[in-house]
Design a protein around this ligand. Structure first.
Ligand code: ACO
Length: 195
């Protein structure tokens, strides 16, 4: 996804850009003037809003799950994957995660209150899908969050995401839930497996 401005000053120089509620990507240059600061923040907002809209469209949702305003009011983390090539670069996709308190059913059907890391929104640009970029994003997130895939809860996974989780992480046996979240075998296991 391209934008009518250079993404490097907005998102930093790296292939991965990580943003939280403060909307300040790591690695962006120190700011020289309040006016420039305002401009870069506005551009970051545009990038996040447009990504959220594209993801919602891809999933057939009427309202985006991801926007700059929602990022500010939640403790979520947004991982963006970039094409850093000049002149302006592009955003290839994003993955949003966050901790949420949930009541989930374990294998025996008992309610358990937990606060897992949840996959909340995930999108790779249509022109870039099925090239391994989703896996690259997901693996980066698991590594930075120090998380094993079977410990995640997934909010309303699309059929594409279910196929993705099965293919790359062997997550194919869901534990049925009464809410929109999906968890997989191993979620409640006391043994920790590496990501
Ligand atoms: N149809 C079926 N499965 C697909 C498709 C597709 N069009 N695209 C990707 N997948 C799954 C398949 O398992 C595929 O393996 P295969 O090609 O051997 O069948 C695997 O993903 C490919 O892995 P990657 O290339 O690493 O994944 P990709 O870069 O395509 O990203 C993603 C996966 C993010 C799900 C992408 O397909 C996408 O953006 N889809 C549209 C939006 C969406 O459904 N997002 C998830 C919403 S639910 C949520 O976010 C909680």
């Amino acid at each position: 996804m391209e934008f009518p401005f250079d993404l490097a000053p907005v998102l930093g120089p790296e292939r991965f850009c990580v943003v939280d509620q403060h909307l300040r990507p790591a690695g962006t240059a120190p700011l020289v003037s309040p006016r420039r600061e305002q401009q870069l923040e506005q551009r970051l907002r545009t990038v996040i809003d447009e990504l959220g809209k594209a993801s919602a469209k891809a999933q057939g949702l009427s309202t985006p799950v991801t926007s700059a305003a929602r990022m500010e009011s939640n403790r979520h983390v947004l991982y963006m994957l970039r094409d850093t090539r000049p002149p302006r670069g592009a955003v290839l996709g994003f993955l949003k995660v966050g901790y949420k308190k949930l009541f989930l059913l374990d294998q025996d059907g008992s309610h358990v209150e937990v606060e897992p890391l949840c996959v909340l929104d995930f999108y790779v640009h249509e022109s870039q899908q099925r090239r391994g970029l989703g896996r690259e994003l997901f693996r980066e997130m698991l590594q930075r969050e120090r998380m094993a895939p079977q410990r995640l809860a997934v909010d309303r996974p699309s059929p594409k995401l279910l196929g993705f989780l099965d293919k790359h992480f062997g997550l194919c046996r869901p534990i049925p839930q009464v809410n929109n979240f999906v968890i997989f075998e191993g979620f409640f296991s006391t043994r920790t497996a590496p990501a």
